[in-house]
Design a protein around this ligand. Structure first.
Ligand code: PHE
Length: 457
């Protein structure tokens, strides 16, 4: 079974492939989730484990997903069926689609928050307060019965609109401008944050590891964050890879994406923590962390020239929203392509179902932070539950099964063919890569898991 690629998007150029994959990877996961996970798990030691996960698990799994996608020419929901027809492996694909769909639901809520902050900074409401003031402002917004839902709806529609037009023109074109702009702005803001009085404490928090605080929760969280941030283990990159042509060099794309993604994450940490320590915001404030810290950074760093504070904050939130948009598009694409292929629906119809379903999940998770605060599980809101189950359970399980599939179920020559572009590229690291997929990744992820659920001392 091969999917008819003429009816859906394809990335024309190699640069297009890198940009699309980087666009998917760089998003709220780097700028919103990474800092608060780092803050919740004690700082530098978490970052060290995170980087180890990126290199030892993230890169090989990304290559494995590229292999599945390009080899099958199908989106993740169908790829396993194409490569191992009639086997139970297709459920790994279905699980990936479900994971992406659930992430899309609650991720869009936060993406909606970025639109509120574009608005608030645009009308000049993000100034003149201290950290406690911004905290109260955020709390009032987050718990408001309609506002977050309105922005969630707007964001879902934006994603929908781009998805039904196909990703090539829109995304490829503006990614080329948007990604470098975001990068430059983040670097500038990191410099500003480091120069704030008392910033050293934040820098120490980021770079001086204290491994005594490490437990399996920290390791699982770092691994989940690495998978989440790289957009792997749920079939997103394998779906994108089904649009790659034979010239695309997997190693090159994977290294670029992982490099850019990690750099943006660390730079975000360098914006948030020096500022947070400087003005006395707790690093473990959770999901609201960036929304209370950043207004302070803009205000303090540019207090001599308020117009700069204004311009920087509007520009930053616009770029953050765009970064989130390239990620929601990639999440939406996985489910849309799946419905389209599986149920033979028109792309527009498939996209409509996904948009409506994800919107509903978004509404429930957004309200669980406000008027439905009591509803949840084990002290967590529905929003927290979705984040927890997708990132800390479904992604590691997806990663484990992806590694086993490519390591053990696909023929070694196929895997090598894809990595070496049918023997035209030199791949001296193939042995290490294959070893990681066969042994290190499954055993490593498996052990961490067993330990977490208490089956292993
Ligand atoms: N990687 C994206 C981010 O960091 C989120 C994402 C996860 C996108 C999984 C696609 C798939 O924001």
């Amino acid at each position: 079974m091969r999917y008819d690629s003429s009816s859906r998007a394809s990335f024309g150029s190699k640069l297009g492939a890198i940009l699309a994959a980087a666009g998917s990877a760089v998003g709220l996961g780097n700028i919103w989730r990474f800092p608060y996970e780092t803050g919740n798990h004690g700082g530098a030691a978490f970052i060290v484990i995170y980087m180890v996960c990126v290199v030892l698990l993230g890169l090989p799994l990304m290559l494995a997903e590229f292999t599945i996608g390009r080899r099958s020419h199908a989106s993740t929901g169908q790829a396993f069926e194409v490569l191992r027809p009639g086997s139970l492996w297709r459920w790994v694909g279905y699980m990936g689609v479900l994971t992406g769909f659930l992430i899309l639901g609650y991720y869009s809520v936060v993406a909606g928050w970025t639109l509120e902050y574009i608005y608030q900074s645009g009308v000049g409401n993000l100034h003149g307060m201290d950290a406690a003031g911004y905290d109260a402002q955020f709390a009032a917004f987050e718990t408001h019965p309609f506002r977050p839902l309105l922005w969630l709806g707007v964001f879902m529609l934006l994603t929908h609109f781009i998805i039904i037009r196909g990703v090539k023109e829109g995304i490829e074109r503006y990614s080329k401008i948007m990604m470098p702009a975001l990068f430059i702005l983040i670097m500038l803001l990191a410099c500003c944050s480091i120069l704030l009085p008392g910033a050293e404490k934040g820098i120490r928090f980021l770079f001086q590891p204290d491994f005594t605080k490490v437990n399996t929760q920290v390791i699982i969280s770092a691994m989940g964050q690495a998978f989440f941030s790289l957009s792997i283990a749920m079939g997103c990159l394998s779906t994108y890879a089904s649009y790659f042509d034979q010239q695309v060099k997997f190693g090159h794309v994977a290294l670029s994406v992982a490099g850019i993604d990690s750099l943006v994450a660390i730079l975000s940490g360098l914006i948030i923590f020096p500022a947070a320590f400087s003005v006395g915001i707790q690093p473990d404030s959770g999901p609201k962390l960036i929304f209370i810290t950043l207004p302070v950074v803009f205000q303090e760093a540019f207090h001599a020239v308020p117009v700069l504070a204004y311009l920087f904050s509007v520009a930053f939130y616009v770029l953050l929203a765009l970064a989130a948009l390239t990620s929601t598009i990639s999440l939406h694409e996985v489910s849309t392509a799946f419905l389209q292929e599986k149920l033979k629906l028109r792309r527009v119809t498939a996209a409509r179902f996904i948009t409506m379903g994800a919107f509903l999940i978004g509404v429930v998770s957004s309200l669980s932070l406000g008027i439905w605060k009591g509803v949840g599980w084990g002290g967590m809101t529905i929003f927290d539950c979705l984040d927890y189950f997708t990132a800390k359970i479904m992604l590691p399980v997806g990663g484990l099964l992806t590694a086993i599939f490519v390591g053990w179920m696909m023929q070694r020559v196929w895997v090598k063919d894809e990595l070496s572009n049918y023997g035209t590229l030199h791949t001296p690291y193939f042995g290490v890569y294959h070893f990681i997929l066969r042994y290190l990744a499954p055993i490593g992820i498996g052990l961490i898991f067993l330990k977490e659920i208490g089956l292993l001392g």
